[in-house]
Design a binder for this molecule. Structure first.
Ligand SMILES: Cc1cc2nc3c(=O)[nH]c(=O)nc-3n(C[C@H](O)[C@H](O)[C@H](O)COP(=O)(O)O)c2cc1C
Length: 188
């Protein structure tokens, strides 16, 4: 059996946990209008009830908005959105109307006021259930109230990866695309 050597990195290199899927989070602003931010620290955490967790930086406008509006959509996007994702993740809605700048259009949600992004691969309607202090971030735990996926990209076996080029974030300007679906051996 081969024996591989390891390189020791500092704890600040937690980025080795990437790549992670990156999503666009949409929240309604109190004065009307929408804010959009990129987030890759987003994960499912419970099936019953369906809960997701998001770590959102305390400096982000999205953090402020989520504390008060308490509803948002998680938008799934692919390769064709790479520049929009990078911009939504590099500028704050505190100083620019990113929604208009990026030219996004809305798709109405069924249960909440925050809309999805038109032509995104899909979106989840979510309502914040609790918040937790987590260093420079707040961990938002939210219930999923609705899920919508594009008909042309989703089928009986889930995402069609030939068409749905779901974007993963590596670091900085670097992103990764899923290659191909592979299957583990069946259990006996
Ligand atoms: C690909 C990518 C992923 C990101 N993921 C997160 C994340 O999970 N949590 C976070 O707080 N910031 C994340 N950021 C940074 C925020 O998107 C960035 O701070 C943004 O300007 C916040 O926008 P807002 O102030 O309009 O809410 C990410 C940035 C990029 C480019």
């Amino acid at each position: 059996m081969e024996s591989y050597e390891y390189i020791d990195l500092s704890p600040s290199e937690y980025y080795v946990l990437h790549p992670r899927p990156v999503y666009l989070i949409v929240v309604v602003k109190p004065e009307g209008g929408l804010n959009v931010m990129a987030a890759s620290w987003v994960t499912p955490i419970s099936g019953e009830p369906p809960l997701v967790a998001l770590a959102i930086g305390k400096d982000a406008l999205t953090n402020e908005l989520l504390m008060t509006r308490r509803e948002f959509t998680i938008n799934i996007v692919g390769e064709e959105y790479i520049n929009e994702v990078y911009r939504a993740g590099s500028m704050s809605g505190k100083s620019i109307d990113k929604w208009s700048m990026l030219g996004f259009k809305e798709v109405k949600s069924m249960k909440i006021n925050a809309p999805g992004i038109k032509n995104s691969y899909g979106f989840l309607e979510c309502a914040v259930r609790s918040t937790h202090d987590a260093g420079e971030s707040t961990l938002f735990i939210a219930e999923v109230l609705g899920v919508h996926v594009r008909k042309d990209l989703y089928g009986r076996y889930g995402w069609n990866y030939g068409k749905a080029r779901i974007l993963l974030h590596d670091r900085g300007r670097a992103f990764v695309l899923p290659g191909r679906k592979v299957f583990a051996e069946k259990l006996m």
